[in-house]
Design a protein. Structure first.
Length: 254
């Protein structure tokens, strides 16, 4: 059976006033970090709307095939306002995004190319007696929309954010833990700079009412603390009241 794993940096809050030009600026800076293979192909899909959190609908959904009694379904996808699946490289991806209307983006998927070899090697797990199938990550993606975390044993996915930059590939982390994956990713060239880029491009919003102590100025609300407690090992940090910031997330599927 084939397993799929995604490791992502996600923003727990909805980004405000996000346009295609904002995405273009991110792509240009991302290209300078050396995280993607040189001159690799890219792609984009963009749909405009009021904001990313105007609803929590997914971009794809199963639809039963008529006459099958619900036993057979086909996957449907939203109709994007702009898309191109054959962009030659990241520079031209940024140019294409700059050419789109200056409207708020509702959903978007940007394929940012294959993972550069140093990162691929840092996150590669070869077959072993603990797991005969290898783990290897292949692609970079930026997704604008509901972000979910789930493990193979998770009954329902946890909704954790609205924007993510992710690495995806085949295989299962075992015997590595989620924290092992994070440590390997953060030690790889360019990945710490990626987190800084995410923070600069889409900084976390401070609370509307400033708190008395500066150290608590980005403390999450109680509902977020309760969500983190319910996530088990999918919350990979020591403290449940960790200040709101870009966080690491994990998705496992088969």
């Amino acid at each position: 059976m084939s397993f799929q794993t995604s490791l992502s940096l996600y923003r727990p809050q909805s980004p405000r006033g996000l346009t295609a030009a904002t995405l273009a600026g991110f792509v240009r800076e991302f290209a300078t970090l050396g995280l993607a293979a040189p001159s690799d192909r890219a792609a984009y899909q963009v749909k405009f709307g009021r904001s990313v959190d105007q609803d929590d609908r997914s971009t794809t959904w199963p639809e039963p095939v008529p006459g099958t009694g619900g036993l057979i379904s086909t996957w449907r996808e939203i109709r994007y306002d702009a898309k191109d699946t054959k962009v030659p490289d990241l520079a031209r991806l940024a140019d294409a995004l700059d050419g789109l209307p200056a409207r708020s983006v509702y959903r978007a998927t940007l394929f940012l190319g294959s993972i550069a070899d140093p990162i691929r090697q840092a996150l590669r797990r070869d077959p072993s007696k603990d797991d005969e199938a290898p783990l290897h990550f292949d692609d970079w993606t930026l997704e604008l929309g509901p972000v979910e975390c789930h493990a193979l044993e998770t009954k329902e996915p946890f909704r954790v954010g609205w924007l993510e930059v992710s690495l995806s590939g085949r295989g299962h982390p075992h015997p590595w833990t989620f924290r092992d994956l994070i440590a390997r990713a953060e030690a790889a060239p360019g990945v710490p700079a990626l987190r800084d880029l995410c923070r600069r491009t889409w900084p976390i919003d401070p609370p509307r009412v400033p708190l008395l102590h500066l150290r608590d100025s980005f403390k999450p609300p109680l509902r977020i603390i309760q969500l983190r407690k319910s996530m088990g090992d999918l919350w990979p940090y020591d403290d449940f009241d960790e200040p709101w910031d870009w966080c690491w997330g994990l998705r496992e599927s088969r």
